[in-house]
Design a protein around this ligand. Sequence first.
Ligand code: 6GU
Length: 236
Amino acid sequence: MAYFRLMRIDILTIFPEMFAAILNESILKRAQDKGLVQMHTHNLRDYVIAETKRKNVDDYAYGGGAGMVLGIEPIARCIESLRSQRVYDEFIYLTPDGEVLNQGMSNHLSTKQNLLLLCGRYKGVDQRVRDHFITKEISIGDYVLSGGELAACVLTDSIVRLIPGVLSDESSALLDSFQGELLDAPVYTRPAEFRGWKVPDVLMSGHEAKIDEWRYQQSLEKTQNRRPDLLKDKND
Ligand code: 6GU
């Protein structure tokens, strides 16, 4: 009997609706249907502390300046409730000043059991959240998004597709661009000819070794042209 580890990802956000379409389609949906991963969104507004009579999840920044800051109270309550129920491997904050995501980080995170993702908004979150609850800060690249929600979706997708059993063709995740340090070769499907534009002969030849060699050469050329940094890193 195959043994599957169940991964759980908890996402803390003030916009839980942003996740429905992405988590419930395609590969992420199938991963959940197969029982390989559970994903739960938590609305931080549900954790606003009633006793303090403060209704908002966000507030003005001490010291002034534009933009609202997500406060520590609802976040602390949500995190403490979740971590009283299970042990988390990482408490991840999605933020443009985090470590830039790469395939190696996704590979590493795909081996974990329980992950918590906190999505920032506005000016960010109170620094004390980062100091006392967060174990890892991740950015998905050098550009600015309106919040961490899209970044959390990107991170989740890149992790979940690596969980054994999620992709039907187990080998395809391993051959992806970046996984093998080279970009992918071009791919073609039927028809063999469209408006006179032909599929390369070698792919129609049935000669497996020649096809492998062609794909490797194409990958190498594409990587040299588009991402020489990927090849340079290896030789440094
Ligand atoms: Cl994680 N958040 C935001 N707001 N912008 C980003 C990002 C994260 N990663 C890249 N840009």
